[in-house]
Design a protein around this ligand. Structure first.
Ligand code: NAD
Ligand code: UGA
Length: 465
């Protein structure tokens, strides 16, 4: 006998894992994840899940078919639910007012319209998607237009999981944030959602607040995290010019508890579906309220990231005697970070794009990214059209292993910090490379001294060379 029914609209990187963890911690709650995309739902119902995330398969298999379901019957599942989560994508607008900056919340609005249309009982609607501040007001007003006199409470419950560690983040969250209306009905709805999380999250880690603070906190959390990466990346350039070592700087400043050691890993640039999108969203919000200095301040975080990505490729070309034309370059890693197959906004794609412009021959190896996914990334994110750029198929080879990618290469570029790249047999790789053999470490994961001893020319972000 189940006590509560949850429906989640959107079976993506957030909806799938989040609901699987709720279901596994709350055996009395019936959780159904719905999506417009039938192939996505079919994959969630198969043995080959649509996303790669350590630990996810086990959690899904432990409750799928018991109290966790994946369905395309959106209307029926909404109608039966007490709580409906909206966990749909909210990408940056590509057209119209705010294009290139504002978040497009059309999917959220569509969800609200569907909920209003098909509901026959009062419900709590939870914004799980990352949205511009005051989106709950739009959702609430759309819901209020239902013609059955129903009452909906809208809550904001942003998600803070990071890909690659999603299951751990969901099982042991640093905090769960729930925002609601400061009315008796709003507070009652907050408590209902608190009672769901209280099944496994300690009470002290469940923060309740008002709607707008909750919505804005999500954008600010991502902006602060990305800002740390851009800050240390800006220092990496200064290290290369001065002979200081960026890892030593991170160690020295990170041991101040007011600064802390996390998110100080210099890199080829941050990627992922959210940092850039959410900062642009914040920039647009600031601009819309006439706060141009605030907008410009946050925009710098993105600009520094662009600089870091292009700086890396420039260094590569410079080191290789100012030409990469016709050279075989082994690209190790295409995902935007390790332990995920996600390639959205990955720095690797930008480096590949710039190497392609030099007419280099790129051989990519990533343990989780398939060729079709790489090509989609070029098509969508970089606007490198595979049909108008007929050479792309020839210029990009996907390799079955790191060793294949490096065989005969002039240079290796390490662009994702997969653990397996730390322990490759670099002596074996060196012997089969064209000489001088270059390694460009965009993640600072290899032992540079050992590689130099083998004979490699090594360039690593923020390191003396
Ligand atoms: P995603 O693209 O992986 O998944 C979104 C899913 O929603 C898609 O499968 C899509 O088909 C579905 N969808 C769209 N409109 C729908 C509708 N009307 N009805 C039913 N399904 C619909 O996106 P994601 O990465 O899961 O992100 C979702 C939201 O969570 C975004 O706002 C994102 O900013 C935020 N977020 C993402 C992460 C992350 O790590 N990916 C972390 C925290 C927050
Ligand atoms: C990030 C946040 O960490 C999550 O809290 C948030 O929920 C999520 O965005 C979201 O809203 O989508 P995610 O993008 O999955 O999570 O991964 P991160 O670990 O934050 O890494 C983002 C990018 O920054 C990666 O490309 C990573 O390689 C890079 N990074 C991170 C660095 O270059 N250096 C660091 O020290 C840390």
């Amino acid at each position: 006998m189940t006590s509560l029914k949850i429906c989640c609209m959107g079976a993506g990187y957030v909806g799938g894992p989040t609901m699987a963890v709720i279901a596994s911690n709350c055996p009395d709650i019936r959780v159904t994840v719905v999506d417009l995309n039938a192939a996505q739902i079919a994959a969630w119902n198969s043995s080959s899940l649509p996303i790669y995330e350590p630990g996810l398969q086990a959690v899904v298999e432990s409750c799928r078919g018991k109290n966790l379901f994946f369905s395309t019957d959106i209307e029926k599942e909404i109608e039966e639910a007490d709580i409906v989560f909206i966990s749909v994508n909210t990408p940056t607008k590509t057209q119209g007012i705010g294009a290139g900056r504002a978040a497009n919340i059309k999917n959220c609005e569509l969800c609200a319209r569907t909920i209003a249309k098909v509901s026959t009982s009062n419900k709590i609607v939870v914004e799980k998607s990352t949205v511009p501040v005051r989106t709950a007001d739009a959702v609430r007003r759309v819901l209020a237009c239902n013609d059955k006199g129903l009452t909906f409470q809208v809550l904001s419950n942003p998600e803070f999981l990071a890909e690659g560690t999603a299951i751990d983040d969901l099982q042991r969250p640093s905090r769960v944030l729930i925002g609601g209306e400061e009315t008796p009905g709003g507070q009652e709805a907050i408590q209902k959602l608190v009672s769901v999380y209280a099944n496994w999250v300690p009470a002290a880690q469940i923060i309740t607040t008002n709607l707008w603070s909750s919505e804005l906190s999500k954008l600010v959390a991502n902006a602060f995290l990305a800002q740390r990466v851009s800050s240390i990346n800006s220092i990496s350039a200064l290290c290369e010019s001065t002979g200081a070592d960026v890892s030593e700087i991170s160690r020295a400043i990170g041991s101040d508890p007011r600064i802390g050691p996390k998110f100080l890993q210099s890199s080829v640039g941050f990627g992922g579906s959210c940092f850039q999108k959410d900062i642009l969203n914040l920039v647009y919000l600031c601009e819309s309220y006439g706060l141009n200095e605030c907008a410009e301040y946050w925009h710098q975080v993105i600009k520094m990231n662009e600089y870091q990505k292009s700086r890396f490729t420039k260094k590569m070309v410079e080191r290789m005697f100012n030409t990469a034309t016709g050279k075989k370059i082994a690209v190790l890693g295409f995902a935007f970070k390790k332990d995920t197959g996600d390639t959205r906004e990955t720095a690797s794609a930008f480096v590949c794009r710039d190497l392609l412009a030099e007419r280099a021959k790129i051989h990519v190896y990533d343990p989780q990214v398939k060729r079709e996914q790489m090509m989609l990334e070029f098509d969508y994110t970089l606007n490198v059209n595979t049909t108008t750029e007929p050479d792309l198929e020839k210029l990009i080879t996907t390799s079955p292993s790191a060793y294949d990618a490096c065989d005969g290469a002039h240079a290796i570029a390490i662009l994702t910090e997969w653990d397996e790249f730390k322990t490759l047999d670099y002596q074996r790789i060196y012997e089969k490379m064209s000489k001088p053999a270059f390694i460009f470490d965009g993640r600072n994961i290899v032992d540079q001294a050992a590689l130099r001893k083998i004979g490699f020319e090594v360039y690593a972000i923020g390191k003396p060379w």
